[in-house]
Structures are given as structure tokens and as C-alpha cells.
Design a protein around this ligand. Structure first.
Ligand code: URP
Ligand code: ZN
Ligand code: ZN
Length: 467
């Protein structure tokens, strides 16, 4: 099966250029400048020709932070691997890396088996796993090596959620030492959970139970403090460090300072921190619960700082932290007590569009759009050059993107399995036109043509850290 994508502008992390792209089977076979005169012959033999005139041709998006079917707060995030990967494809994401969650007292390898059985045969696009460590002990530390051998070479730890996922500084230090030895990456949820839990208890005792108090009891300074502390622990152990879902200026400053000193410390942010704010969490009634996630969305003034961090590469990646809970019955668990609202937002479908909107608004270049949503995620998480670039030999994970099309985000039209949109009514310029995953058409002409068994597990190795 061969496909010729003709007349488009290929966007790479290094820049944009006009090129025709030939796909053979699951891989990209060749690129040619239109004036090279090769594509007439290619068009004669290709099984399918896609007209990309006036459109962008990009490497498929890579979302390195999703939670499908994740147990949290007595419930589960509502997208399954089937619904969540299909929604991702609708939005131009062709790879996700999801978090397997070690329950306390259980082994990492048993956890990994469990996540394989959830995802296997259900995914429309390729997928990998990180491992959440919630129980640091001798056997977990040894099992980190086995996870790396099994293609899972990144581990998330929590400085938040005492009694659930929380790890002490000593436990973090031990895991970082192991990561430094086995070449894996520690990903940190950096919020000072011990202090936050006190603030939460004080607020509830004062009768402050509305969703906005979720944000007010998790001040940005406590994210900054934890980010700095995580950086110091990483420095002492020589481990590289990746801060997940960075939301605020103090945390960004901690990352910037470490990087300026040459430390292998990286961070991602997420669209919710670029587009949503504390004002959303303060909406009347219980509406604000729709925006409850941790770290919380911040005062709107912080958004400019995050866009700037993306430009300066102190923020290297945009992921979604897709963790959807329905408003009805799930977010509602926290009526009368904000601390019982399941934490997390839907977003896997909208990341490419929302960051493209940053290109439209002059916040970043086209090349940077592709770099933070595809190329750097591929490099940092051991998938490059199989993924993250349009080059001969790479997987044919390709998005044809129409920069002129317009759309309005809404729960009425999205494909995520959740009953609200965090971006309801937001107008976007740009829209996915066609999506290929390893040479198979997943989205075309406004239709889903994928299938749940197509996506394969990606064994990852050789993370490339580029300051
Ligand atoms: O609120 C969030 N972020 N929910 C998902 C779990 C996590 O901490 O990433
Ligand atoms: Zn987290
Ligand atoms: Zn998360």
C-alpha cells in the first residue's frame, strides 16, 4: 500500500518547506521538492494520492501524558484506551504515553501487565507507558530495571497526595539514584502535598467548600518550592528530571535556574495552563469543578509567562494530562467538599489545535509548534526518529492540517467520552484534515476510519536529553 501526499508544506522542528511525501507500507519512503519532478512518477504508481495543497504536513502529535481508565478518588477517568486513542487521533495525535499506576503493596511488573491488558487490542494509535511509583521499597527499586528492559523507561513520582501516591524526599532520592544508574527518567508531580493538605483542612474547617478553594489551597509558591526541591534531589543524584504539568511562574523559575546552571532538568506544560484560569474555577454554582486539576489552573496573568517559557525552551513539551471525569456523577462527588472532586481535565483531542492557536496568535513559530508537540516528546521519551519527524524510514504517522479551516470546540462535537468540554465555545483557526498512523488512514474527510486493534505498544529506550 503506498500513499503520495502531494503539494503540502512539511513542518519540521527545523522549519517549513514544500515537499511531497511518499509513504510505502508503514513507513515514510521519500520526500521530494515539487520541482524535483519525481512525484509525477510516484503519482502513477501510488495507491492513494492525498492533495495537501495549501495544507501543512506534520509528524503525528505525541502526547506523553495521558490517563486512560485511571483509578482516582474512588472513581475512574472515563476514556478507555479505545475511546481516548480515537479522540486523540481526531485531534492529530498519533502516539500517547499513558501512566500505569502501581497500587501500594503491588509490584511494578504486575502493574505493567495490568496496563498491557487494558490497552492491548483496544488502541487506534500507537502507545507506550510510563510507570507511576507509589510504593518505594527494595523490590520496587529492583523492578525499575525490569521495567526499563520491558520498554518502560520513565517513572512518575509524587510530592503531592500524602497517603496515596506521595513519596518522601528520601524515597525520591533512592528512585533517582536507580534512574541515574539504569538510564531512565524520573517525572515529578511537584507540589508540596504536606503543606497543601494543611491548607485544605483549614479551608474546609472554615466552610470554604466551593471548587475555587481547590485552587486557593494549592498556591503557586508550593509548586515552585517542590520543583526546586526535586531539582536539588536530581542534582545530588545525577539523575535527569522531567517536571510534569508545570503550571506557574515560581515553578518555571526553578526549572529555568537549574537549566541555566546546565542541569538536565526539563518540564512540560499543558493547554489548560495556557488557556484556563482561576476565574474558570470560580464560576458560579458547581461549574468550577469542571476545571479542577492539580496543579490547579492559575490566575490568567501566569499564561504569558508559560507561553514565554515555551519560546525559550525552559518548557520543552506540551502534553495534555488528559484525565477526564464526567461533570455528572463524577465531578459531583465533590459537591460540598472541593477536596473530593476528582482531579483532572479532558484534553487529548485538542492539544494540537490549541497550540496551533498559539502560532496563529504569534506566540510561537510553526516549527516550534511541531517541536513541542511531537519532535521533542519523541526525543525525550525514546521514540526518535521512529516518531516525531517526517523523514525516510520513520513511521508514517502523518497529519495533514488545514490552517485555514475554523472550528468551535464543544462537548457536542468532540469525541472524548466525557460530558463537558473545558474549552466550550472556544473558536479555533486550523483543523486536522487527514491522519495516518503507520501508513493506515485513521481520519479522513471528517470520518474515523481507524480500528481499535491497530495501535501497537512502543518499547522505548535511549531517551535523548537536549538542553
Ligand atoms: O489533576 C490531575 N493532574 N490529574 C491527573 C493525575 C496527575 O496528577 O497527573
Ligand atoms: Zn500529576
Ligand atoms: Zn497526570
Amino acid at each position: 500500500m503506498s500513499i503520495l501526499i502531494r503539494g503540502g508544506t512539511v513542518i519540521a522542528a527545523t522549519g517549513a518547506h514544500r515537499a511531497d511525501v511518499l509513504v510505502s507500507g508503514e513507513r515514510i519512503a521519500a520526500l521530494a521538492a515539487p520541482e524535483a519532478g519525481l512525484t509525477g512518477a510516484w503519482a502513477q504508481t501510488a495507491d492513494t494520492v492525498i492533495d495537501a495543497d495549501g495544507k501543512y504536513v506534520l509528524p503525528g502529535g505525541i502526547d506523553v501524558h495521558t490517563h486512560m481508565e485511571m483509578p482516582f478518588g474512588g472513581t475512574h477517568s472515563v476514556d478507555t484506551f479505545a475511546t481516548g486513542t480515537a479522540a486523540a487521533a481526531w485531534g492529530g495525535t498519533t502516539t500517547i504515553i499513558d501512566f500505569a499506576v502501581q497500587p501500594k503493596g503491588q509490584s511494578l511488573l504486575a502493574t505493567l501487565d495490568k496496563w498491557h491488558s487494558k490497552a492491548d487490542g483496544n488502541c487506534a494509535i500507537d502507545y507506550g507507558f510510563h510507570m507511576i511509583i507509589s510504593d518505594v521499597n527494595e523490590s520496587t527499586l529492583k523492578e525499575m530495571d525490569a521495567c526499563v528492559a520491558a520498554g518502560v523507561n520513565s517513572f512518575k513520582m509524587f510530592m503531592a497526595y500524602p497517603g496515596v501516591f506521595y513519596a518522601t524526599d528520601g524515597e525520591i532520592l533512592l528512585a533517582m539514584q536507580r534512574a541515574a544508574e539504569n538510564g531512565s527518567l524520573i517525572m515529578m508531580h511537584a507540589e508540596n502535598g504536606i503543606a497543601i493538605d494543611r491548607l485544605v483542612a483549614q479551608a474546609l474547617a472554615k466552610g470554604q467548600t466551593d471548587p475555587v478553594h481547590h485552587g486557593l489551597t494549592r498556591p503557586a509558591e508550593l509548586e515552585g518550592e517542590a520543583t526546586h526541591r526535586a531539582g536539588v534531589l536530581a542534582k545530588v543524584t545525577g539523575a535527569p528530571l522531567y517536571i510534569v504539568h508545570l503550571s506557574s511562574s515560581p515553578a518555571l523559575e526553578a526549572v529555568r535556574n537549574a537549566r541555566d546552571r546546565g542541569q538536565n532538568m526539563f518540564a512540560e506544560t499543558c493547554p489548560q495552563y495556557l488557556y484556563l484560569s482561576l476565574d474558570d474555577m470560580a464560576k458560579p454554582g458547581f461549574e468550577g469543578s469542571k476545571y479542577v486539576c492539580s496543579p490547579p489552573v492559575r490566575p490568567a496573568e501566569q499564561q504569558d509567562t508559560l507561553w514565554q517559557g515555551l519560546r525559550t525552551n525552559d518548557l520543552s513539551v506540551v502534553s495534555t494530562d488528559h484525565c477526564p471525569f464526567c461533570f455528572k456523577d463524577q465531578k459531583e462527588l465533590g459537591r460540598g467538599d472541593f477536596s473530593k472532586i476528582p482531579n483532572g481535565l479532558p484534553g487529548v483531542e485538542h492539544r494540537m489545535d490549541l497550540i496551533h492557536q498559539g502560532v496563529v496568535g504569534g506566540e510561537m513559530s510553526l516549527a516550534r509548534w511541531v517541536e513541542v508537540t511531537s519532535t521533542t516528546p519523541a526525543r525525550m521519551f525514546g521514540l526518535y526518529p521512529r516518531k516525531g519527524v517526517i523523514a525516510p524510514g520513520s513511521d508514517a504517522d502523518i497529519v495533514v492540517y488545514d490552517p485555514q479551516a475554523t472550528q468551535t470546540l464543544s462537548a457536542e462535537t468532540h469525541h472524548m467520552n466525557v460530558d463537558y468540554s473545558a474549552y466550550e465555545g472556544l473558536g479555533i483557526t486550523g483543523k486536522v484534515d487527514t491522519v495516518l498512523s503507520r501508513g493506515s488512514t485513521v481520519i479522513t474527510g471528517g470520518e474515523f476510519r481507524g480500528n481499535a486493534g491497530h495501535g501497537r505498544f512502543l518499547r522505548r529506550d535511549h531517551n535523548q536529553y537536549l538542553l
